[in-house]
Design a protein around this ligand. Sequence first.
Ligand code: SF4
Length: 362
Amino acid sequence: MSLHDPASLRTARLWRPRRVVVTAAARDHAHGRAILARAEALGLPVEALPGNRLTGLRHPDPRRAYIEAKSTLAVVVAPPAKLKLQPIPPSADWRVDLAEGCPAHCQYCYLAGSLAGPPVTRVYANLPEILSNLASYVGRGGVTSASAERAQEGTSFEASCYTDPLGIEHLSGSLSAAIRHFGAWDAPVSLRATTKFAAVEPLLGLDHGRRTRLRFSVNPVAAGRFEGGTAPLRERLSALGAVARAGYPVGLTVAPILPLPDWRAAYDDLFVQAAEALAGAPDLDITAELITHRFTPGSKTVLEGWYPGSDLPMREDERSRKFTKFGSVKYVFPPELMREMRGELTRSLAERLPMARVLYWT
Ligand code: SF4
């Protein structure tokens, strides 16, 4: 199948949670009821909870708790704290959460250690409130306004910090609603989302106004074994090409960069394939974000509980310790390897995708 073949979009696998629970408050919102209707139309079992607490998700066996949480979709109202936005450099000025949690099973998951309790996917029913709240943040923030490269994006909002919005879009509809909201917004603003999924067909015809940058999180094929439940690389690249041809600004989030066997050729091949997928995209606007693998003591403990037996390299003695601005420790690759990978990947990217603007390496 060619990377331009629309059939590869239609065959994208869609998540079917084993359990869908909806709180009483979420049923008071039209967006919550629309999610319910989509779940029922797909024949999924839906439970209307009598109150607003999610119950029955704890399990004495952590592995069992993980499996049950990962197969549950909860439709809830976002707590008030979600309406107080946090800055999120270097990705965007502000973080906006349309949902929290993700149905995939990446052995390096960025959410490990950030989520409280079992990793249930929670989608927010009060979406209009979440979107209208963003207006008070326009003109504030420092990532896009501080960089000449990104000044034309206006105030930017990142929707993928705590979820993969495309992975649940067939149930939530939240990403489409947010894209339409930004497309119609008469202000210098932009939305950003990144995904390891590929079911972009519902997004292709939206009035996005080139205000949403859809980035695809990619790594060489060999890293796919660490990314259970996500779309295969080929489908992600095909989706990248489709949204670029639909006029969206796009991006590659190359993450987590790993020194896989034969990594130089593997990353070079990745960029060759991405260039092939993007052929024919008019007015192509593409960025690249390059993010190396790192872990913290806390995320490693959570991941070892979620994925016992994983062979993802996470040995502290093979890493350098770095302190975050909050004083906590993270483990990154040693400086020499970092320099080598940075040099190789940026050189290869410049050769294969010269139109891509590299936003950062971290
Ligand atoms: Fe975690 Fe992202 Fe993988 Fe989902 S797609 S499991 S959020 S790393």
